[in-house]
Design a binder for this molecule. Structure first.
Ligand code: TXA
Ligand code: MG
Length: 342
């Protein structure tokens, strides 16, 4: 299939394609999304096919004004209202009870639906002009790092979708925070640009699901089906190294002498000490730039021919929690603590 490349001023063309049952790669403030009409099961099937996405992994529905939430949910409680007031439009997805209009394919058969109101101007325009809520998973091949640059979307989906909009680089670079409001204490299922600290400030106590930090047993039932799949993985093996910059650099340099196929995915502060190919994902102190660069770094590592990518461990608070969560998944939970290494 020929994929039409559109620019940011062509939201109307993107909406026309969506209205006639097509799928379009669109920029958002988090990552690129692959959008289709949320009420058109045939169009949604094309998304699963283009991504190679397992059918039991549900999709997020995107709206362009808060009141449109009622097009897909049956209940919008007080906490949801407060969250919407504070963080919509923006990178927050709420899991709420679904209404009967939402097709099964969207929620993978579940009674709940994920909803988000993005802040990206072009994304909002496309939703508005389409006249319906849009489903949009991240616009990457299933299992690969999410796409945060136009070039990433081309790499994964050119020839597989009807159109892609060139919207430049995504602002945040990690996907939205996913919070479930199905229990009395809301629960974060996926950390993102809206932090647990920000959320607790407005609705009080929340839980962070275990799966944010730990590997989930294969057969255990999970609240967010996406969690059980291999995620964000480049072809190279990814290993996280926890330790001071001197110990990190020493480990990378020594391993590279032995194998010569190593890449350091490091902080700016590590660069002077590294004697191997490297990519910096930002300053150790700058979680915004780490989020912005992390998926690009994982993708570039493959391009540079690395077989092993040693990532320098980042913090786990604020926005860093989102970066850490993506890294441990890319690494298949392999972390080496250099301090306790014998
Ligand atoms: O920032 C984002 O959220 C991006 C942009 C494009 O909006 N979208 C995105 O979609 O990250 P996706 O499909 O890559 O990730 C959606 C996550 C998956 O982990 C999925 O399992 C979870 O949300 N999810 C969707 N519906 C759910 C539901 N009803 N209950 C629990 N988890 C759900
Ligand atoms: Mg995804």
């Amino acid at each position: 299939m020929d994929t039409l490349i559109l620019n940011e001023n062509e939201a109307d063309k993107a909406a026309e394609i969506i209205k006639s049952g097509g799928v379009v790669g669109i920029p958002t403030e988090t990552v690129y999304g692959l959008a289709a009409n949320a009420f058109d099961p045939n169009a949604i099937k094309k998304i699963f096919l283009a991504k190679g996405r397992p059918a039991d992994n549900p999709l997020i529905v995107h709206i362009s004004k808060t009141e449109d939430v009622f097009k897909v949910v049956s209940e919008f409680n007080k906490k949801a209202e407060i969250l919407a007031k504070n963080f919509w439009p923006g990178p927050l997805t709420m899991i709420l009870p679904k209404n009967k209009q939402v097709p099964k394919i969207v929620t993978a058969g579940a009674d709940s639906v994920a909803v988000r109101f993005p802040s990206h101007v072009v994304a909002r325009k496309i939703i508005e002009l389409s006249g319906v809520p849009l489903v949009a998973p991240s616009a990457n091949l299933s299992g690969k790092p999410s796409t945060t640059r136009f070039s990433h979307v081309l790499e994964d989906l050119n020839g597989k979708v009807d159109a892609i909009i060139n919207g430049g680089d995504c602002k945040f670079g990690v996907e939205s925070t996913v919070i479930s409001l199905l229990e009395s204490t809301p629960r974060i299922l996926r950390p993102g640009a809206i932090t647990p600290e920000q959320i607790e400030k407005v609705i009080g106590k929340i839980k962070i699901d275990d799966s944010v930090f730990h590997k989930i047993e294969k057969d255990k039932s999970v609240l967010s089906p996406g969690i059980k799949y291999k995620h964000y993985s480049p072809d190279a093996e990814v290993i996280i190294l926890k330790g001071e910059k001197e110990d990190y650099a020493d480990f990378v340099n020594k391993t590279n002498i032995k194998r010569n196929d190593v890449l350091a995915l490091c902080f700016d502060e590590d660069i002077p000490l590294i004697d191997a190919p490297y990519i910096s994902y930002g300053s150790k102190k700058d979680s915004l730039s780490q989020a912005h660069n992390i998926f690009d770094g994982l993708r570039k590592a493959d391009k540079m021919g690395a077989k092993a990518v040693y990532v320098h461990y980042c913090d786990t608070d604020g926005l860093s929690l989102a970066v850490y969560n993506r890294l441990i998944r890319a690494a298949g939970f392999k972390i080496i603590d250099l301090k306790n290494k014998t």
